[in-house]
Write a protein that binds this ligand. Structure first.
Ligand code: PMP
Length: 284
C-alpha cells in the first residue's frame, strides 16, 4: 500500500512523521474521508469544501498540495489498485522547532494521505442482515463538532469499555437532545416523516447526510431537519445511520429498545439506499 506525505508517495511501511508534529503533540489537526467507487471519487467537491472549512476555523494554513488535490488522490488510488477505496486525508499544523501552544508563523502544515479498500455496504441488495446495535451516551465532546478534528477521544472511549464489544455505534445525546453518532449521522422515521437533527445542533455536517436530505426531498419524501429527543426514540419506526464509508445502515436496537420489524421493501432506509445505489451507478 502507498501513502502520500508532503509531496511524496511513500510505501506504507516506510512512511514516517516526526513525533514533534503538532498533530501528535496537541491533536492540532483536522481530517477528511472521501469514498471512491470504481476509481471515481464520490462528492469530492463537498468533502474538499468541508476540509477547507475545518482548516479555516482552526486557522491551520492551507497546504500547497491542497490547491490541486484531485490528481494526487487519483494517483494514490491508482497505486493502491482496489476499485473501491476510502481516502483518508490528515492535515496538521506541522512540526515546530520548539514545543509551544503557539506555533511559529513559518511552520509548514503536514499533509498525509492514505487509502484503504472500501468494504461495500453489507446492507445493499436484499440482505437480511440484522441492523446495528447502538448505545446512548452523554455527549461530552467540544462545542465545535462542525470541525472534523482528529481529536476523537470522546468518540473512541465508549467503544473501549469492557462490556462494549458488540456495540456498533454510539449515539450522543446532549441532555434530552439527540445529536449524532460517534462516526455517523442519524436519521429517524416517524410514520412517513424522515427526520435528522438540524445543523444548528453540535454535529458534523455529514456529506452523506446533506446529500441524502437533498435527494430525499427531490424524490418527494417528507424529510426534515428537526430536533429529536430521547423520549422520541420509543416512537421511532426506523433509525438509520449515514456516513461516507457506511453509506446507509439500519439500526436494530438502541440500548434495550428494539426497532419494529417491517418487510424489507417497506423500510425507508432501504428505499433511500436504492436511490443512493442508482446515483452511484450514474456517478461511475
Ligand atoms: N458524524 C461524525 C462524528 C463522523 O465522524 C462522521 C464520519 N466522518 C459523520 C458524522 C458522517 O459524515 P460523512 O457523511 O461526511 O462521512
Amino acid at each position: 500500500m502507498w501513502t502520500y506525505l508532503n509531496g511524496e508517495f511513500i510505501p506504507k511501511e516506510e512512511v514516517r512523521v516526526s513525533p514533534f508534529d503538532r498533530g501528535f503533540l496537541f491533536g492540532d489537526s483536522v481530517y477528511e474521508v472521501i469514498p471512491s467507487y470504481n476509481n471515481k471519487l464520490f462528492l469530492f467537491d463537498e468533502h474538499l469544501e468541508r476540509l477547507k472549512n475545518s482548516l479555516s476555523i482552526t486557522n491551520i494554513p492551507i497546504p500547497d498540495p491542497l490547491k490541486d488535490l484531485h490528481p494526487l488522490i487519483m494517483e494514490l488510488l491508482k497505486k493502491n489498485q482496489f476499485s473501491n477505496q476510502a481516502i483518508y486525508i490528515q492535515i496538521t499544523r506541522g512540526v515546530d522547532p520548539v514545543r509551544s501552544h503557539v506555533s511559529a508563523s513559518t511552520t509548514i502544515p503536514t499533509l498525509f494521505m492514505s487509502s484503504a479498500e472500501l468494504e461495500i455496504n453489507p446492507y445493499r441488495g436484499s440482505s437480511h442482515k440484522e441492523g446495528l446495535k447502538v448505545k446512548l451516551e452523554e455527549d461530552i465532546r467540544w462545542k465545535r463538532c462542525d470541525v472534523k478534528a482528529t481529536t476523537l477521544l470522546p468518540n473512541i472511549i465508549p467503544f473501549h469499555r469492557e462490556d462494549e464489544s458488540d456495540t456498533d455505534e454510539i449515539l450522543f445525546h446532549d441532555g434530552e437532545k439527540i445529536n449524532e453518532g460517534s462516526k455517523s449521522n442519524f436519521f429517524f422515521v416517524f410514520d412517513d416523516l424522515i427526520v435528522t437533527p438540524p445543523k444548528e445542533q453540535n454535529i458534523l455536517l455529514g456529506v452523506t447526510r446533506n446529500y441524502i436530505l437533498k435527494r430525499l426531498s427531490e424524490e418527494g419524501f417528507k424529510v426534515f431537519e428537526k430536533e429529536v429527543r430521547i423520549e422520541d426514540l420509543n416512537k421511532a419506526d426506523e433509525i438509520w445511520v449515514t456516513s461516507s464509508t457506511k453509506e446507509i445502515q439500519p439500526v436494530h436496537q438502541v440500548d434495550n429498545k428494539v426497532l419494529p420489524r417491517k418487510e424489507l421493501e417497506e423500510y425507508y432506509w432501504h428505499k433511500t439506499l436504492k436511490i443512493l445505489e442508482e446515483d452511484l451507478k450514474s456517478n461511475c
